[in-house]
Design a protein around this ligand. Sequence first.
Ligand code: SF4
Length: 112
Amino acid sequence: MITPAGKECPYYYEDFNRGRSIQECRLLESTPGGGEYTPDLCEKCKVPRIKMANACPNMVLEAKVKRSFLGLRRSIEIVAFCTKTLQDVPEPEIGCGQCHLEFPVFRTSAEE
Ligand code: SF4
């Protein structure tokens, strides 16, 4: 679904049919202690970019609302984890790199 910031995000949900006014971030909702969603959070969120760059089915994301130093601004902090290698993924746009090694095109002739 397209977020209020105009980007496609698999976790965004809205429903304005028949007088409803529902806007949700289902990634924040699924993260324990994720925080309260407001539509302005989508503006600087990295998730649409991460999902466009990396479609790895083994990578799971968690999101938390983070406050700025003075507590005036809110933003989304993303943490990624690989369920295959059981490690954190510091650069979710790239991934942990393990799956890339399994593609034959990335193997050297000595490994085959
Ligand atoms: S805050 Fe981020 S993850 Fe949540 S709906 Fe907006 S763009 Fe998607």
